[in-house]
Design a protein around this ligand. Structure first.
Ligand SMILES: Cc1cc2nc3c(=O)[nH]c(=O)nc-3n(C[C@H](O)[C@H](O)[C@H](O)COP(=O)(O)O)c2cc1C
Ligand code: SF4
Ligand code: SF4
Length: 482
């Protein structure tokens, strides 16, 4: 990440950024700082950059030309595919910096930060160069430099490699609009104050629960306004062989630290009615079967009931196409009281091929999933004040059910230990407990039974479909989101 700072006081920025963690990151080259002194672009022989305001009044105003030239010295050099880097003017009139905006900015390759002084900068140059107006709080500083340093520090923490462990930038409760729980270190007793018992016992589940409780209690006491914005996230997924689950977990991890997972691959959970309030967020994830939602006896997601609850739908597919799946999911959930504010179709490994979707989601996919998570947070923030907008997705919400040719399955009774794993894990109860035979009319051809059979008694032959898929759909597709 490169930061270019247009300023009258470069040393202020240099000193702050080249210290501590950002200093170490700059040394390593994980971030880089380029300060540009606006005074070097003065058009005046006395090197002045300010003048009296038209219309009178107190103070001086920074002239447009030096600011424009300073910006141009960076922006022209940096022009990438005809796109100039985002230029942020630090001003109390801007959008107040929060964690979502920080994460969004951290995804840029470079940023230009413009620091004003005196009474401000001539409006015309702001109109010409500025893309974002950002404030660090409702108070006034003597100049934009300290605000720029705050922004650089907050954004740098999200740049991979800046913190020693990338997760540590995620590991903060402010992500979920909660304050962090209290921290303790040695000694166990200090001035008669004891470290809470639960932290000394090593029971991670209990520690987790205690931290969550303290987080909530603290936010309630100190920042009730934040608590208002906290939105519990539930990810409901169907995933017989784990590909969809993985993509859903990565995406959810970028959204929240405290998700609830509902594994709808389990028949029991598909039958249970689950209600969601308007203050929650649902992520519904399913794999694509023949371009549609898999057909199960208890239709997927039919047990979930919203109340104007925002939801994001995810159709994970094996690099052929997702066709009508997103449209079907959106329609189903909206009929049940949800508002579909986003949709995404990640590529995952195809169960019938070792080529299609191999290694997905990969690093590039993770970046896109992260980008979409930030976009989702922005939509949630906007929705709080303006109401949620239902997103448009491609595909037919009511496609004709597709008849798919069953895949040939094999069973070697000599290897079978009758462990019953396949019977229990089959998502549609298609395997007889007694005979271990598969009921063809129920079977989804998901291959979960093959995957869970440790004795290797089950196998399948999908050579025909594999050949067809690999001939036509081997070119890796990019994740799409709406
Ligand atoms: C019966 C069946 C049909 C499938 N149809 C499609 C399809 O139309 N397009 C596609 O890209 N992937 C298709 N796939 C691949 C799945 O979407 C996905 O890659 C994986 O097999 C299932 O995800 P899971 O690991 O979460 O169970 C199909 C898989 C199965 C089992
Ligand atoms: S019997 Fe069919 S539906 Fe059940 S796990 Fe096996 S392939 Fe999947
Ligand atoms: S999982 Fe394999 S070993 Fe266990 S009952 Fe099924 S076929 Fe037999």
């Amino acid at each position: 990440m490169k930061f270019h700072v247009l300023t009258l006081f470069p040393e202020m920025i240099e000193n702050a950024v080249h210290t501590s963690i950002t200093g170490r990151a700059a040394k390593k080259g994980t971030i880089s700082l380029n300060t540009v002194n606006i005074r070097d672009f003065s058009v005046n022989k006395h090197m002045r950059v300010d003048d009296y305001p038209y219309g009178g009044g107190a103070g001086m105003v920074m002239e447009p030309e030096p600011v424009y030239r300073a910006w141009k010295s960076v922006a022209d050099l940096r022009e990438n595919n005809g796109k100039k880097p985002r230029c942020i003017y630090l001003t109390p009139q801007g959008k107040v910096l929060n964690q979502t905006l920080v994460e969004e900015l951290a995804m840029e390759e470079e940023l230009v930060l413009l620091c004003g002084h005196y009474e401000g900068i001539d409006e015309r140059v702001l109109e010409e160069v500025v893309t974002d107006y950002v404030s660090i709080g409702d108070y006034v500083l003597t100049g934009g430099e300290l605000a720029a340093c705050v922004l650089i520090d907050a954004v740098s923490r999200f740049v991979p490699g800046v913190l020693s462990n990338e997760e540590s930038s995620q590991f903060e409760s402010i992500q979920d609009n909660l304050l962090e729980y209290p921290h303790y270190t040695r000694p166990e007793v200090w001035k008669n104050r004891q470290v809470p018992e639960v932290l000394l016992k090593g029971d991670h589940k209990k520690i987790q629960a205690w931290r969550m409780e303290k987080s909530l209690e603290r936010t309630r006491q100190r920042r009730p306004d934040l608590l208002e914005k906290n939105r519990p996230v539930t990810t409901a997924f169907f995933s017989p062989t784990g590909g969809t689950r993985k993509a859903a977990e990565i995406f959810t991890g970028y959204l929240t630290q405290n998700p609830r997972y509902l594994d709808l691959t389990r028949r029991k959970l598909r039958k249970k009615k689950i209600r969601f309030s308007s203050r929650e967020l649902l992520i519904a994830a399913a794999p694509v079967y023949g371009g549609q939602l898999p057909v199960t006896e208890e239709p997927l997601f039919a047990n979930l009931q919203g109340e104007g609850t925002p939801c994001v739908v995810m159709a994970a597919y094996g690099n052929r196409h997702y066709d009508d799946t997103l449209a079907q999911m959106k329609k189903r959930l909206e009929e049940q009281g949800f508002i579909c504010i986003g949709a995404i179709a990640p590529v995952i490994p195809h169960i019938y091929s070792s080529v299609l979707g191999k290694g997905r989601p990969d690093e590039e996919d993770r970046k896109i999933l992260k980008k979409f998570a930030v976009e989702t947070k922005k939509r949630l923030e906007k929705g709080r004040t303006e109401g949620f907008a239902s997103v448009q997705v491609p595909g037919n919400p009511d496609p004709e059910p597709k008849q798919m040719k069953p895949v040939k399955k094999t069973f070697d009774s000599a290897l079978c230990t009758n462990c019953q794993s396949c019977v229990q894990k089959c998502p549609v109860n298609a395997i007889s407990q007694e005979t271990l035979e598969i009921r063809g009319d129920r079977c989804l051809n998901c291959m979960c039974c093959v995957k869970v059979c440790k004795a290797k008694a089950r196998g399948y032959d999908c050579s025909q479909v594999r050949q067809y898929l690999e001939t036509h759909y081997s070119t890796p597709r990019k994740i799409e989101f709406f």
